[in-house]
Design a protein around this ligand. Structure first.
Ligand SMILES: Nc1ncnc2c1ncn2[C@H]1C[C@H](O)[C@@H](COP(=O)(O)OP(=O)(O)OP(=O)(O)O)O1
Length: 566
């Protein structure tokens, strides 16, 4: 394999020349040269490389060094437009075919496909075009026969698999390409795919035994941190502080409403923040994107609609106001930070009720629930370094040295201790059994309240209220959910989906005397690195759960309460 890292191939001189003179890059990043040499040798390849590490170069550069053109399948029109704009800038001819281009333009592109002079080196198409346009397939057929179709690149290849985090039905039909054009090397690219997802993609794309190249998922310059979402004021305080520390960043939120609300709260605190979500008109969306890229806007407060194709190198923070729906999503979204290799912060706020908000949203997805719980485990698991949890998820062999104190768990090991929660878990089971005996279903909130001695007396008559704090109560319930002592139960009405708790398959184990259950909990109120920095710079004075100086202008003087959040 290492042989492919060399520069003694017939094409090597041209490759190196183009890297420097055309793409204006001084050297390759890890795995780029290997991938380029392999695809130029005609091998079928899956390239798994973290977001922002330069996957595009691995097909753009070979395209320039090959006869004919490279067909690039990309899911989003905006992604195509960005790439074409960049390629035009460096004088590499490229074209695209999608529903947004004019008929005349499409006609010219179709003619270009079979033109022996190849007026473009890269042709970008959506998977829908491959699935639906017979004309395109017939042109590609002719190009194949004339040896003009040099390579097929399938970007975001994980979209083929239903087990991936972003399945797109039209990707399922892309197997036709390898069946019709078996001699053309295929290059599948993704930032996030487990080995089982790649196996699935292999079948769907009809490639036989492709070579998989995986760059380490570990973005060493990113600092990962999870903050408890205890109240809205605390969350906003930290967001405001982080915005004060850095020049540019993204805040991801759950809904369009949150995007509007959080951005307007940041604006009230003199932070140049704008919302971005799918319901905005295209002009407003591209204006926000453009102005943020040009540093005229400091923060974009966005839903996941602000996604693929964002290539701003100097993003210094990505904050998740609400957890992502999967680790893959989180990795990709947070990975938009620090593309310039300078350090950047990735902070996610984890709130108990958010689990159930998102749960009802992903309930229809094939493995939506399972993926959400993996994300919850990432947030709640204090046993292992955040990076090692991601490594396990992406099937990467992990060495604990790899984190280098760049996550909150590694920085704060002294703040955690293992606590036996067996008796607590038994109390939860008693409450659940009592509710079941009355034929009642408990929502997570009702379960918390009953255990804390609040809510209807009938739910808690057999036990004393717990002595645990609310945060600990929630943590125990989440732990029980993650470990199968509790499980989710959904109920659908024509208007909404309700989420209830049920006893899980492992609940009977708690009846066995010798069975124990433990978890790591925070024992001190030590400050995280991000909070410490805010602290040392005078942004935060007391507890994060109180109003800080940043909130002071918004205090209602009479009630001494924050008008918006407390
Ligand atoms: N060898 C290199 N040296 C320096 N910069 C590079 C190199 N290769 C690529 N880049 C730059 C170009 C882009 O600005 C940036 C990201 O490249 P890009 O190909 O868009 O990433 P990607 O495709 O892996 O990310 P995503 O998964 O988000 O699509 O890195």
């Amino acid at each position: 394999m290492q042989h492919y890292d060399g520069t003694d191939f017939p094409w090597s001189k041209e490759v190196v020349w183009n890297l420097k003179e055309l793409f204006k890059l001084s050297k390759f990043r890890p795995l780029q040269l290997r991938a380029i040499n392999m695809t130029l040798s005609g091998k079928d390849l899956f390239l798994v490389m973290p977001t922002g590490r330069g996957k595009s170069l691995c097909y753009q550069l070979p395209a320039v060094c090959s006869k004919g053109f490279t067909l690039v399948i990309t899911p989003l029109v905006s992604l195509m437009e960005d790439q074409i704009m960049y390629l035009q800038l460096i004088n590499v001819p490229a074209a695209m075919l999608n529903a947004s281009i004019s008929k005349n333009n499409a006609k010219a592109v179709m003619a270009g496909i079979t033109d022996p002079k190849s007026p473009f080196k890269l042709l970008y198409v959506t998977p829908e075009k491959i699935a639906k346009s017979k004309l395109l397939m017939s042109c590609l057929e002719k190009a194949y026969k004339a040896k003009l179709l040099s390579r097929i690149a399938v970007d975001e290849v994980h979209c083929c698999s239903q087990w991936g985090h972003d399945f797109r039905p039209d990707y399922k039909l892309l197997g036709i390409l390898k069946r019709q054009f078996p001699k053309v090397p295929l290059l599948g690219l993704t930032a996030t795919a487990t080995s089982s997802v790649l196996k699935d993609c292999e079948k769907i794309l009809c490639v036989q035994q492709p070579i998989t190249l995986s760059a380490s998922f570990n973005r060493t310059n990113l600092y990962y941190e999870v903050q408890q979402n205890s109240n809205k004021c605390g969350v906003l305080t930290i967001i405001v502080c982080v915005c004060g520390l850095y020049t540019t960043g993204i805040v991801y939120v759950f809904s369009q409403k949150d995007a509007e609300l959080v951005s307007s709260e940041l604006q009230k605190r003199d932070i140049l923040a704008y919302p971005y979500h799918a319901n905005m008109d295209p002009d407003s969306k591209s204006r926000v994107h453009r102005e943020w890229t040009a540093n005229k806007i400091k923060v974009v407060v966005a839903t996941v609609a602000f996604g693929m194709g964002i290539d701003k190198p100097d993003v210094r923070f990505v904050i998740h106001h609400t957890i992502s729906k999967s680790i893959e999503n989180y990795y990709q979204e947070s990975g938009r930070a620090g593309r310039d290799d300078a350090s950047a912060d990735c902070i996610v706020f984890f709130g108990f009720s958010d689990i159930f908000r998102i749960s009802t949203m992903v309930v229809m997805e094939n493995v939506g629930q399972q993926k959400l719980l993996q994300m919850v485990d990432y947030c709640q698991n204090l046993d292992r370094c955040r990076r090692s949890l991601m490594a396990v998820h992406f099937d990467e062999v992990w060495d604990d040295e790899g984190c280098n104190q760049m996550c909150d768990t590694c920085c704060r090991v002294k703040d955690y201790s293992t606590v036996d929660i067996t008796e607590h878990a038994k109390q939860v089971v008693q409450i659940m059994e009592l509710a079941a005996s009355m034929d009642e279903k408990l929502t997570p909130l009702k379960l918390v309240e009953a255990w804390m001695g609040k809510g209807p007396a009938k739910h808690r008559k057999t036990i004393k209220p717990t002595t645990l704090s609310r945060q600990q109560v929630e943590a125990v319930i989440v732990r029980m959910l993650l470990q199968g002592y509790l499980r989710e139960d959904f109920s659908f009405t024509p208007y909404t989906t309700y989420f209830y708790m049920k006893l899980g398959r492992k609940a009977p184990l708690l009846k066995i005397q010798s069975h124990t259950l433990s978890m790591k909990m925070r024992i001190t109120d030590g400050r995280s690195a991000v909070v410490s920095t805010c602290w040392s710079q005078g942004y935060i004075t007391k507890s994060l759960n109180r109003c800080s100086p940043v909130c002071t202008p918004h205090l209602d003087r009479k009630k001494q309460k924050c008008r918006n959040f407390c």
